[in-house]
Design a protein around this ligand. Sequence first.
Ligand code: BES
Ligand code: MN
Length: 457
Amino acid sequence: MKEVINHIKSNKENYINELKDYLRIPSVSTSSSHKKDMLTCAKFVSNKLKDAGMTKVKIIPTKGHPLVYAEWLKAPGKPTVLVYGHYDVQPVDPIKLWKSDPFEPVVKGGKIWARGANDNKGQNFVHIKSVEAFMKTQKKLPVNVKFLIEGEEEIGSENLELFLKKNQKLLKCDAVLISDTSLYAEGIPTINYGLRGLAYMEVEITGPNKDLHSGSFGGSVANPINELAKLINKLQDKNGKITIPNFYKDVIPFTKKENANIKSLNFSDAKYAKELGVNELQGEKGFNTLQRLWGRPTLDCNGIWGGFTEEGAKTVLPSKATAKISMRLVPNQNPDLIAKEFTKYVKTLVPKSVKVKITAMHGGSPVVIPLDDPAILAASKATSKAFGKKTVYTREGGSIPIVVDFVKLLNAPAILMGLGLDSDNIHSPNEHFSLKSFELGVLSSAYFLDEFSQLNK
Ligand code: BES
Ligand code: MN
């Protein structure tokens, strides 16, 4: 191990430069204008996997953006790990708020700043580099390794889901290793054991058949924006409970052990509120912040538009108003059932004076991973060695839709070896990733391969 670790420590600068090249590719999966960049990025990843010494490196086309697959299976009798990550990134808007070009990475203050620096290029790159460190110094890996890096995580991983269903044999493994989540705090090694799910909806309200003068017509017909606002308001009560019928029916409460773990983490509401610039936190009554984030479902409006939003004032009674509304889900809520309940309920809330169109967009199932699997323990030991501290266990508020399919279809535990920080501005302007976490991530990954090889198959 010593050689591997020394190799990693002495190649830090090279890794950062390579990561910069990765971050320069604007692989925004949501927007069709970036289709070419997606392929460029898939090629970049596949070249890095080849350089790392992986074999059978393939770019696999899908109905959407391509997948990248690679394997190295020359450790007979040893377990197999499947490393999953995504090379697609979120859009950059609002671009005005970026302090530097989102696709021209800058190193400043011990961090690398660019879209995808944390989510997920910086985090998946650590595993490519740890494999490379073994291959360069030992000419072999201690376990069998497969890589699957996709380009559609940020848009729901639907094509990967189809691929997974048809390629269970190809992807067969003893554990799935994923770094696409967060550390509990800077410098604290963390294994995440839960992710929330998601049901994402769009609601369009239509009133009059055209925009109207708000003086000539205001007061005589429904205003779609007003009606949409009323509707959104009705989706939660004064205690922060979601009012959709049957919404909480399948929610599994925290166990005593989980509550004890939360207590032991000593979360500071005051510090959290300060970092976010709010005077007070707010959420579902009867739960603390970590419970709310990790184990309670939520409903949030992600965007709302209609009428006149340009500079100045225009007196208009708009014809349409639209909102994007998403619900974070927890085990055992089912995103399809929740989307149906939402649709049914919202239809009852709108008055006859307007029409409503409800579209279910992408979703994802929540997941909780049992912590007693030996692969999880190996990962916990590995991160602890790399960081020089005891590993903590957390759940996440975010979602990685494919994880549940990995667990179910491959019958393998998912190891969520999160390396980001909640303050890294993922999905937001000025995304960044700590270079310290990047290095400790490469080390954690290397230690994991070593620890994992000591498990009997
Ligand atoms: N890396 C995130 C998931 C995440 C977010 C983990 C926050 C930990 C903290 C992932 O790339 C992501 O953003 N997922 C989406 C999935 C959605 C589009 C289906 C999410 O959670 O919004
Ligand atoms: Mn993301």
